[in-house]
Design a protein around this ligand. Structure first.
Ligand SMILES: NC(=O)c1ccc[n+]([C@@H]2O[C@H](COP(=O)([O-])OP(=O)(O)OC[C@H]3O[C@@H](n4cnc5c(N)ncnc54)[C@H](OP(=O)(O)O)[C@@H]3O)[C@@H](O)[C@H]2O)c1
Length: 300
């Protein structure tokens, strides 16, 4: 079988790990972390010129939404300029590119799930910096690139995300847990998204097009508060947690995070389902969450 080579940025990140675990047969995958490519200094980035991949999947980003407000320079360097450098490198060497982007490009004023061609209006530095990266990819690579905007990602691993943070605080008996109830999105499991990324990657590798701008998240919608309630309910059922803690719904204003976030950022995955078929049919978010939690080791 002819092996196809795929490189992935963001080696230690939750999406890169999920993608690596699902490496399809016939693909040789190499992951690049900040030790190999430090994307915070794009001008100094030295990218290889030989033994190159057919496809680059770009997951690395400054994903600390509140941190980006405090350090916009770093956010724009990583999410904007470094992404542009990678896109230019892909264009120079005929490498296809698939990049991940975010629901935080939207301002949350919509009353139905956002489609890829809806108007963007990011509220935060993080959102604006990801928008710059998206635009660079589209201008430089056009149809040679695919961008998937996704949302509210989590896995059951050792890193920090909403699921692992909630389980840690619940396990420590932190009470009450104050959780935002007036922001709505779709919690999305990294392993569910990884299946879809690989399906689209295959189209790019087969040069069956696949390029373009897409949305994909798990099905349904939730507030952070409902997400936390569901995590606790499943954890109690599964014996991951022995005792419930009190969950206190609060507003985003009361929570007072440094970065503004959209009040509503549910994404419409239809275009990708049309493109890829049933493999891209999003599972209900509660079902994906249960599957991730069932695979988790017992809490310490
Ligand atoms: N997380 C979400 O809820 C969410 C929602 C929508 C879209 N997205 C997008 O989805 C993609 C994947 O997100 P994720 O949740 O997998 O993110 P993640 O777990 O935070 O991983 C991001 C990766 O970027 C790497 N990185 C940070 N600074 C770097 C630098 N200076 N040089 C090189 N690499 C650097 C990190 O490396 P270290 O491990 O060394 O820090 C990390 O491995 C991102 O493009 C993100 O914008 C995420």
């Amino acid at each position: 079988m002819h092996m196809q080579t795929v490189w992935i940025t963001g080696a230690q990140g939750q999406m890169a790990r999920a993608l690596y675990q699902q490496t399809p047969p016939g693909c040789a995958v190499r992951c690049f972390g900040r030790q190999q490519w430090d994307l915070s200094q794009p001008a100094k980035l030295e990218l290889p010129r030989q033994n190159l991949p057919q496809l680059l999947i770009h997951t690395a980003a400054m994903t600390d939404v509140d941190g980006a407000e405090k350090d916009p320079h770093l956010a724009f360097a990583l999410n904007g300029t470094a992404t542009e450098r990678l896109a230019q490198w892909c264009a120079d060497y005929g490498i296809a590119m698939l990049a991940l982007s975010t629901d935080y490009l939207f301002d949350g004023q919509a009353t139905r799930p956002y489609r890829p061609d809806d108007r963007v209006n990011p509220l935060s530095v993080y959102g604006r910096s990801k928008q710059v990266g998206e635009q660079a990819i589209q201008e430089i690579l056009g149809d040679q690139a695919a961008i998937i905007r996704t949302a509210w990602l989590y896995d059951g691993g050792s890193g920090r995300n909403f699921l692992t943070t909630m389980l840690r605080l619940m396990g420590q008996g932190t009470t009450p847990l104050r959780i935002v109830e007036d922001q709505w999105g779709a919690p999305t499991a990294c392993d569910a998204l990884a299946r879809v990324v690989w399906a689209l990657a295959q189209q790019l590798l087969d040069q069956a097009h696949g390029g373009g701008l897409y949305h994909w998240s798990c099905q349904g919608q939730s507030s952070w508060f409902e997400f936390a309630q569901t995590i606790q309910q499943i954890a109690l059922e599964m014996g991951l947690l022995q005792h419930p803690v009190e969950l206190q719904p609060i507003s985003a204003v009361q929570y007072g995070a440094p970065a503004p976030r959209p009040a509503y950022s549910v994404l419409d995955s239809t275009l990708l389902v049309q493109r890829l078929g049933t493999v891209a049919q999003p599972p209900p978010w509660q079902q994906a969450l249960r599957a991730v939690m069932q695979a988790m080791p017992p809490l310490k």
